[in-house]
Design a binder for this molecule. Structure first.
Ligand code: TLP
Length: 342
């Protein structure tokens, strides 16, 4: 019984995935000679309708390499203030790319075209060079919200009218695609670059892929090397990624069903559940007491959850959470409910 709801990053590779890793043909990927890495990059590019792909160790490196490849030092990057690349990446874009952020508002982590328009300053010696818009789908801090294309396209059109490039942090792109009932390819189509994570709901132990045009990926490959992300016989882990993309996309529906069931049950118990318009594999709870206190109480009962704010909990469903794990967690929440209602 799995009851670790802290993140979908905690999944461990299954036996079948480990078999695929064991069987992988490998070579030195810094020489471009690892057949399994090459296969993963080509497969992911084909799946998302982009020219080329770059295998990187983490979602953070995928975002940082993308920002490096899109910008020059001092350029301005537009991003929602709750987005991972700004909020959770330790200020890395300031360190590596030397860019300046322009932080935007908007519901579900997604600005409107008007919000972007009002934040664009005229070309003038006083202002930085506006260069990139970075979006996120699903949006993590917005409770795993899947964002529909009809909200994204007008925003992207607006960005393009100022000559901005557009990057998508698609760490959970397939959760969004499955929840919206469209292909990952259609959801990626309007973006210049897209990063996907293999090590979240898809269940691989390590790795992300950055996708884009061939010249963009060639440039990104140089930055990956600079950041120390050139890996050698990486086919061992790329094989897990290929397995994940082949077997674990459609099953994300199960994680969404379990999250929906939990959201419903918790709300019936009187918990304040924050639900996005199109939810995926996350449940956010707003408490009237400190999150840390409730996290401790839950952990004493073998239920692990994370905090998304001083009084906000995040529960994430994934490959290693089954129905028994959900029932156990709900029973524990039921016993605590008198203490922790908002
Ligand atoms: N998110 C992690 C934490 O860092 C918060 C999680 O548990 O959700 N983009 C998005 C949208 C992410 O949610 C994450 C990881 C990343 C990028 C970074 O991926 P990694 O951890 O592989 O660097």
């Amino acid at each position: 019984m799995g009851s670790d709801f802290r993140s979908d990053t905690v999944t461990r590779p299954t036996g079948a995935m480990r078999d695929a890793m064991m069987a992988a043909t490998v070579g030195d990927d810094v020489y471009g000679e690892d057949p399994t890495v090459n296969q993963l990059e080509a497969f992911a590019a084909e799946m998302l309708g982009k020219e080329a792909g770059l295998f990187v160790p983490s979602g953070t490196m995928a975002n940082q390499v993308a920002i490096l490849a899109h910008t020059e030092r001092g350029d301005e990057v537009f991003i929602h203030r709750d987005s991972h690349a700004y909020y959770y990446e330790g200020g890395a874009a300031a360190m590596w790319s030397g860019v300046t952020w322009n932080l935007l508002d908007g519901i579900e982590g997604t600005p409107t075209p008007e919000i972007l328009r009002y934040s664009i300053r005229p070309k003038n010696i006083h202002h930085p060079n506006p260069r990139l818009l970075s979006l996120e789908n699903t949006h993590n801090r917005a409770g795993g919200a899947a964002i529909q294309l009809d909200r994204l396209i007008p925003l992207i059109d607006e960005a393009r009218s100022y000559g901005l490039g557009v990057h998508l942090d698609g760490a959970r792109l397939f959760n969004a695609a499955v929840a919206l009932g469209i292909s990952g390819r259609d959801l990626s189509q309007p973006f210049d670059s897209v990063s996907i994570c293999l090590s979240k709901g898809l269940g691989a132990p390590v790795g992300s892929v950055l996708l884009g045009s061939r010249p963009f990926i060639d440039r990104a490959r140089v930055f990956r090397k600079w950041l120390g992300g050139g890996m050698r016989q990486a086919g061992i882990i790329a094989a897990a990624g290929l397995y994940a993309l082949t077997h674990n996309v459609q099953r994300l529906e199960e994680d969404h069903d379990r999250a929906r069931h939990m959201a419903h049950a918790l709300s019936e118990m009187g918990y304040q559940v924050m639900l996005p318009a199109v939810p995926t594999n996350m449940v956010m709870l707003d408490l009237s007491v400190s999150a840390a206190q409730v996290i401790d109480l839950l952990a004493q009962n073998q239920v692990l959850v994370g905090a998304m704010g001083p009084q906000r909990l995040r529960l994430v469903t994934h490959l290693d959470i089954d129905d028994a794990g959900v029932s156990h967690a709900l029973n524990v929440f039921r016993t605590l409910s008198d203490h922790v209602h908002a």
